[in-house]
Design a protein around this ligand. Sequence first.
Ligand SMILES: C[S@@+](CC[C@H](N)C(=O)[O-])C[C@H]1O[C@@H](n2cnc3c(N)ncnc32)[C@H](O)[C@@H]1O
Length: 283
Amino acid sequence: MTRNYHTPLFLNEIRELLHEYLVKVLVDATFAEGGHGLTYAKEGYTVLGIEYDKELYTISKKKVQDAGVACTLVNGNFANLDTIVKKTGIRRVDAVLFDFGISMYHLRASSRGFTMESDQKLDLRADSTAKYTGRDIITSYSKEQLHECISENIESIDTGRLVDAIVSYRVKKGIARTSDIWAIAREFSNSKYVQEAVVRGLLQALRIEVNKEEENMKIGLQKASSLLDGSGLIITITFHSREDRLVKLFFKTSKWKSVFKKPLQHTSYAFAKSARLRAYVSN
Ligand SMILES: C[S@@+](CC[C@H](N)C(=O)[O-])C[C@H]1O[C@@H](n2cnc3c(N)ncnc32)[C@H](O)[C@@H]1O
């Protein structure tokens, strides 16, 4: 099994923010394998890590124990940030970091259908408590539901025609694996470029739906701003424009102030060119 580790983005920029805003206690709400949280815990910060993927949590729990640092790891959803913090007994949190989406572990090692590069079951659950898989959704949603789920993830493609292609394929052959998604893309277009865009977009749209990513983001941001009300720092890393728009809109109507004039972009890695770092402080 290939086992590539996640490259934590904006490590230095976040370190500077933690230093500048005198952070002592940090919640890493999207811990994964601790690329951020464990690094900062090793540097002396007190860290509470949250991760909703049970498999990743188990791997990271061991890493945290071996490191012997001030880091508490909880298997849970950051949408429950308030109750998670309360249960750990931590009295004061100075900053919350959200690095939204999935980790390299999901792509390279989970075998749950996140990757376009090999044929896997269309599971797509990162949240271990999620009820429905990607397969459940693509095989049971109505045309209207599929349209709504897909339209924002695949730009400049006729979503209506794609939904027709999905429905016609599922009636004929059924959909269970990522190879079925590739077959739908090939029936949809002869262009390799379009086929890749369709597969990437469909896997992303289904993953967002399965794990209720946008609902969680809205609730998580709300809970973080209540938790830190009065003084604190919220840091977000987004990986695609839809996520970034959601963060921007959330803070636009709040009393939180943006630290940067424009979100910071990543220049060191080609894979991270769409990543955006935002940071907000409360007045
Ligand atoms: C982009 S990765 C974080 C990578 C990490 N910052 C690092 O550099 O190693 C996002 C992680 O957050 C987890 N996650 C996403 N949404 C979550 C939620 N609502 N609650 C808890 N964990 C979540 C995912 O399972 C994934 O492991």
